[in-house]
Design a protein. Sequence first.
Length: 389
Amino acid sequence: GAGRVVVVGAGYGGATAAKQVRLLSGGRIEVVLIDPNADFISCPVSNRVLGGQKTLAQLTFGYERLQRHHGIEFMRGSVTAIDAARSRVVAGGEKLRYDRLIVAPGIDFIYDAFPMLASAQEQIPHAWKAGPQTRNLHRQLLAMRDGGVFTIAVPPQPYRCPPAPYERACQVAFYLKTHKPRSKLMVLDANPVITSKRVLFERAFRELYPGMIEYLPDSELRDIDVATKTVKTTFDTLRSDVLNIIPPQRAGRIARDAGLANVDGRWCEADALTYESMVLPRVHVLGDAIEAGLPKSAHMANAQAKVCARAVVALMLGEAPDAAPAFANTCYSFVDGVQAMHISTLYRYDPAGRSMQAEGKGVLSDHASAQEGVDAEAWARRIWADTLD
Ligand code: FAD
């Protein structure tokens, strides 16, 4: 063989990278993919569980095709240490040697300001990693009384998937409008404005859910009382029936523990041609864990993983990596049961800044439509197949 690549994290970034290394090396490079979860659960589309259009089971997929079709060795467990000097990782007490390491652990939450939130996730779920918390938040929505208050607190940028809190607001409002029309939805945004698809979300709030959604910008959380689900912001005190606080975020813990998070101790910095870490040689890092001036999306993690895998294979086989990568990010948001809208942006490698640069402002839908809802479903099917089949 031509060596071994170990991949930490089998989410959108890691699973794609693992598959692409196998494909691009013609099976010559051995790949071990490690994740504590037995299944892949998609964050994209998970807001529609709240709207009642999807179940979590429909967003859950196994890793068996990566193993069977691509000869990837899937190992269930958490990587607890990276020993870059000896080129090995520790997972489940076992030491595993690598020639190159790809780290794609996604995000962790920052509870420094509100430590009590960390132990109150049953009462106040974030549902920002699809799984049991998505189910919990959905259950709370179903159990809420008509006339109740559902609150979503949006963290300051940067966080995973900029438009997703506002898509979630639309999905919750869609459910409430049909089933509990006297209820209220509060969006407490730590940011000064909606930072993605702003005009379209504002129109959706106004036209589809008149009088139901109250959007409060510059609403940084000052205090939280778990027992009464009461939050204090800069200006208000608000008691909720269902409280969905999305905490501020940083790179997944293993990236920070390994010393890879060299941007504010929070995010990792990677070379835009190879995704090799700026800190540790032969360790590559990608997806939500990096700060690259790119949106933290599944589409981006998938695109970065392809550039990274090509570079890793080239470097291991003694070839030159692609010198001019380009990729697009397309991001759909559902505003009700069937209508979606999107923004699409092209990014090109800029040799002067050694980074990926957006071409213009991207292309935004004129308005949400059922046709784009169909397109959004096709997008999801395509990226699941591309990542996992
Ligand atoms: P993840 O997909 O989170 O994968 C990280 C993996 O690493 C996990 O499986 C985790 O278990 C594993 N891991 C962590 N630590 C370790 C360790 N120590 N050892 C082993 N494994 C480890 N993006 C879009 O493009 N389109 C959308 O429509 C969209 N909608 C979204 C809606 C919501 C509600 C949310 C929350 C997100 C949405 N996103 C969307 C964003 C998308 O989910 C993320 O950007 C994407 O998952 C990032 O991929 P990743 O590989 O970096 O992280």
